[in-house]
Design a protein around this ligand. Structure first.
Ligand code: CMP
Length: 138
């Protein structure tokens, strides 16, 4: 059994895609074991995306991620990191497979609707960034 962090980004929340994204997780048999809607501060967003801080898009990414509310979730299931990434599609929506969340709803490489952890180590860091143990209900 594995866990991963999923975010519905400000563009996804603004486009009323919360239910759409959750429905895809539940239909795929993925269990949501924690969930909250929140407005990130600049330092929370910078901490979350610290691995990208030298990238040219970092400043713009932080502005975007703090531009409106997000929904953070912990997903649980067998192989859920890979399953979630398959449902999301590639970071760049133009490269994402047909039928994926990003292919259907993203409008540019930054405003790509969702985030999902890419490995067990990053999942542990990212889950811990948003949730404490008492907020995760299996
Ligand atoms: P995410 O999977 O959350 O990880 C980093 C985010 O940076 C990415 O999705 C996009 O929202 C954003 N981003 C903006 N430009 C780029 C880029 N050129 N390459 C990768 N990520 C980018």
């Amino acid at each position: 059994m594995e866990r991963t962090l999923s975010l519905i980004k400000p563009d996804g929340v603004a486009k009323n895609l919360i239910g759409e994204v959750i429905k895809r997780f539940e239909t795929a048999g993925i269990k949501i074991v924690a969930m909250k809607k929140m407005q990130l501060t600049k330092s929370q967003a910078e901490g979350f995306y610290a691995v990208h801080k030298e990238r040219p898009f970092f400043g713009s990414l932080i502005d975007f991620m703090t531009s409106g509310p997000i929904v953070a979730m912990v997903l649980e299931g067998d192989d859920v990191i890979a399953k979630n990434r398959k449902l999301m599609g590639a970071t760049n929506f133009k490269e994402a497979e047909e039928g994926t969340i990003r292919r259907e709803f993203a409008t540019d490489i930054e405003k790509n609707v969702v985030h999902g952890s890419d490995a067990p180590e990053t999942a542990a860091f990212e889950i811990n960034h948003f949730f404490n143990n008492m907020e995760i209900v299996g």
